[in-house]
Design a binder for this molecule. Structure first.
Ligand SMILES: [Zn+2]
Length: 278
């Protein structure tokens, strides 16, 4: 990132070392340094693989943070011990990210299924330190609905939003799904019991800050990323059939937090001092 000496120097409100305004502009259409923070290995692939791939391809950087190792994502009768399951999912994630040139992968190691119990203000502080260290211009994570309603996802959203609000660096984007996508795939979601807290609210495409629907080689690449998460994706890809699975995984949509979203996490009025909020 180049910085002009005439850029105004700002001090982050939390005491991050000085940074320059040119590195924190919210009017970003393509991330230059994308930070993704997700609860489990494979969340990042379903929700942002194409965005990460494009960012890398266009010369940007990607830092990926995964809160848990995903050791709970196996059937109850799986014979492998917990540490072996965790190791497998870490390796799957690293292989998936290697497909798109993402090498800065950071594991927080919270227990899968217990992010809320183990990830309070200490997790907020951990994420805040990463933000201060790498200074992303875009942070992607779950919105307050956690997409699927998984409690780890919901708390992931809370912690990232709280950290971002305290730092005031860059733009925050929540993963979402458009209403038309939800309508198209409702029968599949009902059949597989995807929504743990009911279907999430659909996104109006006009409210999206980024909406990707890759085709061709880009979609092939996203499919390859998901294929590396074998323990999580083989069964559903087989059940749906390859063509349907490829169609189902295509959409990546993001929105900015609303004032209501921010007030729920950091208190009413706080959004007024934050950058990039619309
Ligand atoms: Zn997840």
């Amino acid at each position: 990132m180049t910085m002009d000496n005439n850029d105004p120097v700002l001090i982050a409100p939390d005491g991050c070392t000085p940074y320059r305004q040119s590195s924190v502009t919210p009017e970003v259409s393509r991330p230059r340094h994308l930070l993704g923070v997700w609860a489990h290995p494979d969340d990042e692939a379903y929700l942002s693989a194409a965005l990460m791939a494009r960012t890398v391809e266009e010369g940007g950087r990607v830092t990926l943070v995964t809160l848990t190792d995903g050791e709970a994502g196996f059937s109850d009768d799986d014979p492998r011990p917990v540490d072996e399951r965790a190791r497998l999912r870490r390796l799957e994630l690293l292989s998936a990210m290697a497909r798109i040139g993402v090498t800065d992968v950071r594991f927080i190691g919270l227990p899968d299924g217990s992010v809320a119990q183990h990830g309070g203000e200490l997790l907020v502080e951990t994420i805040r330190e990463i933000m201060c260290d790498i200074r992303p211009d875009v942070v992607v994570t779950f919105g307050p609905d956690g997409i699927t309603g998984h409690d780890d996802h919901v708390h992931n959203s809370w912690a990232v939003t709280r950290a971002w609000a305290g730092v005031g660096i860059g733009d925050l984007w929540y993963a979402a799904k458009t209403q038309s996508w939800l309508d198209e795939w409702r029968q599949v979601h009902d059949e597989f019991g995807v929504w743990m807290a009911g279907e999430p609210a659909g996104l109006d495409p006009d409210d999206a800050v980024m909406l990707l629907e890759p085709t061709g080689a880009e979609l092939d690449r996203k499919r390859a990323v998901l294929g590396e998460h074998q323990s999580q994706t083989t069964a559903i890809a087989t059940a749906l059939g390859e063509d349907s699975y490829r169609s189902w995984i295509r959409q990546e949509a993001f929105r900015r937090p609303s004032p209501v979203d921010l007030a729920a996490v950091v208190g009413s009025g706080s959004h007024q001092v934050l950058s990039g909020v619309s």
